[in-house]
Design a binder for this molecule. Structure first.
Ligand code: GLC
Length: 543
């Protein structure tokens, strides 16, 4: 069976994981130093967010060179040592590939700026003349995903497209040279022993730029299914799959074939193509990133995604948190109507975390219950660094220290994503709670100390210990990719069985419910007697 189908993948955001040299920025030697920690956690793979040379205009998703390590983070030799060390502990390595855009410091973009209009160097990107008599108006009114215009002007008057920050010029994927360069990159890392690739903005590469360009107002969000499939000029066009068919050929040159997982914000009906065995193989299901702590929502999401995955011949992915969103302990601790939409989570962040009031305890309790629920499901699970410590989002980073470009580009309408990217606490004290010998690149709050790895290590009730126990049980119990809902499932309780007698029951309701029959092997909080308290999950073995 393909190793990734039911793998537990731990996402490392390298600049915030562990800093070996005290410059405040996490690095690969920091990861190496924590391999024993990762092995003890019981994960099957790590996914590293970008560690490539970058000016950090977008946290490393602005790549200067796809085939090197940022000197601040280490060297290729460090990368090899890290990979060998992880492999020696049976942990696979997934790296992040960012094909929609390079950084503006990439040699190709520098060359494009120096080259004339219409030159082959400009044709690797998306350059256009502006509108109006002197071309001073952008070629269209498109808005960048981080806010502000999606076109930037260069000194000779032309404009280039950037769907994200201005430092992230979009590549022209109709250019053969661009395509070939990425297959070279995929082979470069595969040859170094990388086991798979997480593909950034996988739905963005193929674009329809036939003029006149469509006005922004007509471009409905492709996710909500309002447009006929594949007709949006920028997102999720069918032609993108030709690219992944080529990538699949590269993946299959290796034994075992290299794995792929698409970050594709598309309508669920369009996910199967990204996840197909002729394409990337797997696609993220982000539904739980947005869901409320609610039995009905979880039931629908689980049922839909498992049946979609079956249809596409792939396995699904469960994601509660990642580097782009508010941590789930926090989402579950805000009043439901407040965290329901991104707008409301945004408001809470902009208030510095003061309004509405965050209920830290209940949020964490629900996060622990959600973890046991998703780890009992068929499919793979992606964990985001720090969630195993039960970390909440850090909402009060002073505005002047915010790094996320979404903050400035939205003119302060967004706080940005730094609150989930604060360097991890490893020890209760020290200049950066054990993150490194010096201060960390983002300020850590005082409440990180008691949540540090060292503080939780030997506390049997800690979230860290719960993660270790859950992953260890999952390894023993995870078998065929199937599950059956038990009759006691209702509007408040989700109860399902896996092959081999493994059962999982979650009580989303406000009061206790009877525990089903069976031997309880793990609970998300201590449980006494035969009642399952509110906001709690139990794993059982059928007796
Ligand atoms: C993806 C990444 C995000 C990044 C964006 C642009 O959505 O997850 O962090 O900002 O792509 O590369």
């Amino acid at each position: 069976m393909d190793w990734w189908r039911q793998a537990v993948v731990y996402q490392i955001y390298p600049r915030s994981f562990a800093d070996s040299d005290g410059d405040g920025v996490g690095d690969l030697r920091g990861v190496i130093s924590r391999i024993p920690y990762l092995a003890a956690l019981g994960i099957d793979a790590v996914w590293l967010s970008p560690f490539y040379p970058s000016a950090l205009a977008d946290g490393g998703y602005d790549v200067d060179d796809y085939r090197d390590v940022d000197p601040q983070l280490g060297t290729l030799a460090d990368f090899d040592e890290m990979t060998a060390g992880l492999h020696a502990r049976r942990i696979r390595v997934i790296v992040d590939i960012v094909p929609n855009h390079t950084s503006n410091r990439h040699p190709w973009f520098r060359e494009a700026l120096e080259a004339p209009k219409g030159s082959p160097a400009r044709n690797r990107y998306i350059f256009r003349d502006g509108l109006g008599p002197d071309g001073a108006q952008p070629p269209s009114d498109w808005v960048s995903l981080f806010g502000g215009p999606a076109w930037a002007r260069v000194p000779d008057g032309q404009w280039y497209l950037h769907l994200f920050a201005a430092e992230q010029p979009d590549l022209n994927w109709e250019n053969r040279e661009v395509r070939d360069d990425f297959t070279t990159t995929l082979r470069f890392w595969s040859d170094r022993g990388v086991d798979g690739f997480r593909v950034d903005v996988a739905h963005g590469l193929a674009k329809n730029l036939v003029e006149p360009l469509e006005p922004q107002a007509g471009m409905k969000d492709p996710i909500d299914g309002a447009l006929p499939p594949g007709t949006h000029p920028l997102w999720d066009r069918d032609a993108v799959h030709d690219i992944y068919a080529e990538w699949r050929q590269v993946f299959n040159e290796y034994d075992p074939p290299r794995a792929g997982v698409a970050e594709a914000w598309v309508h669920p009906s369009r996910r199967p193509k990204y996840a197909s065995p002729d394409g990337l193989g797997q696609a993220f299901n982000f539904d739980l990133l947005e869901a409320n702590w609610n039995a009905g929502e979880f039931l629908r999401i689980i049922t839909d995604n498992l049946s979609d995955a079956q249809r596409q011949g792939s396995s699904t992915t469960w994601v509660l948190s990642n580097h782009d969103g508010v941590r789930h302990a926090t989402r579950y601790g805000l009043p439901p109507e407040e965290y329901r939409s991104r707008d409301n989570a945004r408001k809470w962040l902009l208030s510095g975390g003061t309004s509405p009031r965050l209920e830290r305890g209940p949020g964490l309790r629900r996060a622990r219950a959600a973890l046991l629920l998703v780890l009992a499901l068929p499919g793979s699970a992606y964990l985001y660094q720090g969630e195993e410590l039960g970390l909440h989002e850090v909402p009060d980073i002073p505005f002047e220290l915010v790094q996320d470009p979404a903050h400035a580009r939205s003119r302060g309408a967004e706080k940005g994503r730094d609150g989930c990217r604060v360097p991890l606490p490893w020890t209760p004290g020290g200049p950066s709670f054990g993150f490194g010998p010096g201060a960390a690149h983002l300020p850590q709050p005082a409440w990180f100390g008691p949540l540090s790895v060292e503080a939780q290590d030997r506390d049997p009730a800690s979230t860290l210990v719960l993660y270790r126990q859950a992953l260890s049980w999952r390894h023993k119990l995870q078998t065929a990719e199937s599950m059956d809902w038990m009759p006691s499932t209702n509007g408040q309780v989700l109860h399902f069985a896996r092959p081999g007698g493994w059962r999982c029951v979650t009580n989303f309701g406000p009061g206790p419910v009877p525990l089903p029959n069976g031997t309880v092997i793990l609970t998300s909080v201590p449980v006494e007697g035969n009642q399952l308290p509110a906001d709690t999950t139990a794993w059982l073995l059928s007796s």
